[in-house]
Design a protein around this ligand. Structure first.
Ligand SMILES: NC(=O)c1ccc[n+]([C@@H]2O[C@H](COP(=O)([O-])OP(=O)(O)OC[C@H]3O[C@@H](n4cnc5c(N)ncnc54)[C@H](O)[C@@H]3O)[C@@H](O)[C@H]2O)c1
Length: 382
């Protein structure tokens, strides 16, 4: 029996769209104990909320998220708003006993994240953070290969997330469309926005990071504020590069920027182990590159695994099309909802939950502190 689970969505932007699509699709592809019902969407403007509700088939709208949380007919609150609002909403939702799905990064910083962790743990409400890249089948397969010991001892983990959309000094900061450039709304620049993804995947694939040494740069020092029109100092990092050491002894190299002309969302990662290496690239997301030194010498080389097979144990793919056909970015959210709903039934949360995402937050804090102090910083234990 599939039980209805009423969703209250807060926000109507990019992520609200990705999640709404996932709720709408998930039961078409997965056999699940629950069926998400799009009960209400909240936006500050009633017109915008109504337009979004009509498009995605939400039953009702709210213009104040407090009201949405108070509603008895909402089981699950989905937080799809700028980073500075995550904590306040999550604390209220936990107190109201709602399940919470929160967009990443969990919080503006570690101490704020810890309050959120404590709130959901005290309230015992199912919770999860939308670090969706774990659920790209090729990335999930990478985790399985590492768990199976295919790589052996890991020496290197490197990741990059490159974009180029803020190079023009005319891009404003703040407000609705460009909140990512305003420190008071975003908490940080590329570190919390892009590196947060790279760090989440890294901790998941390669274990905890002990210590980091970072540099950041703000290339455009002043920008016009989108709401006030005033030219103000830019507080976010435009680029961040850091190195670090993982607890398993491997070395970390991470880079992220919004100033890599020609790159729109180039998330790449590579892991080098004693027996094998693997590499993945978001622009070719269904492929996992794999090199195994134990292969017969004359055949040894990088394999490009098209992660679309069924029998071969390619994660999630037996739920979609016939072998060889691909799925896209939006499917990662479908997978995450499916895992969450199964987790709720089994009382076994799908990761990353708030506590797991808090560990990423602690790495972000250490990275920003290191860049500020220009020295190595140990990552606090979460
Ligand atoms: N998992 C991912 O890959 C991924 C990708 C993009 C964004 N994100 C995260 O998702 C969150 C939202 O990002 P986005 O890209 O969807 O942003 P967006 O700008 O597209 O949408 C943000 C939405 O929040 C709404 N909003 C702002 N204040 C509000 C309030 N007080 N009440 C109700 N609604 C309010 C805005 O009107 C807008 O609809 C951020 O935390 C971001 O870091 C995650």
């Amino acid at each position: 029996m599939t039980k209805p689970l009423n969703v209250g969505m807060i926000g109507y932007g990019f992520m609200a769209k990705a999640h709404s699509n996932a709720y709408a699709q998930v039961n078409h592809f997965f056999d699940l104990p629950y069926r998400p019902v799009l009960k209400a969407v909240c936006a500050r403007s009633a017109d915008n909320a109504k337009t979004f509700a009509d498009r995605w088939d939400y039953e009702s709208v709210e213009t104040d998220w407090h009201k949405l949380i108070e509603r008895k007919d909402i089981d699950l609150v989905d937080i799809c708003v700028p980073n500075n609002l995550h904590a306040e909403i999550a604390l209220a939702a936990a107190q109201a006993g709602k399940m919470i799905l929160c967009e990443k990064p969990l919080a503006m910083n570690g101490p704020e994240g810890l309050k959120m962790v404590e709130a959901v743990e005290k309230a015992r409400v199912p919770n999860m953070v939308w670090y969706n890249y774990r659920r790209i089948p090729a990335v999930t397969l990478a985790r399985r290969l590492i768990d199976d010991g295919k790589l052996g001892r890991v020496f290197h983990y490197r990741a990059k997330f490159l974009q180029d959309w803020t190079i023009s000094p005319d891009v404003p900061q703040g407000g609705t469309a460009t909140w990512r450039l305003a420190i008071e709304q975003a908490g940080s620049g590329v570190t919390g926005d892009l590196l947060a993804h790279c760090i989440d995947t890294a901790l998941w694939l390669n274990g905890s990071l002990d210590t980091v040494n970072a540099m950041t740069e703000t290339f455009i020092k002043e920008r016009k504020h989108n709401l006030t029109g005033k030219v103000e100092k830019v507080g976010i990092d435009d680029a961040c590069t850091f190195m670090g050491r993982f607890a398993n002894g491997s070395l970390a190299t991470f880079e992220s920027t919004r100033y890599a002309r020609g790159h729109k969302a180039l998330y790449t990662l590579e892991v080098n182990g004693e027996h094998a290496s693997l590499a993945w690239d978001l622009h070719d997301l269904h492929r996992l590159q794999y090199f195994d030194h134990r292969d017969e010498g004359r055949l040894r080389g990088w394999r490009s695994i098209h992660v679309t097979d069924h029998g071969g144990g390619h994660p999630y793919m037996d739920r979609w099309w016939v072998p060889g056909l691909q799925i896209g970015y939006e499917a990662t959210f479908v997978h995450q909802v499916a895992d969450f709903l199964n987790g709720v039934k089994e009382g076994k949360p799908a990761m990353p939950d708030f506590r797991d995402a808090y560990r990423t937050q602690l790495v972000l804090d250490a990275v920003l502190q290191s860049a500020k102090d220009q020295k190595w910083v140990n990552v606090a234990k979460g």
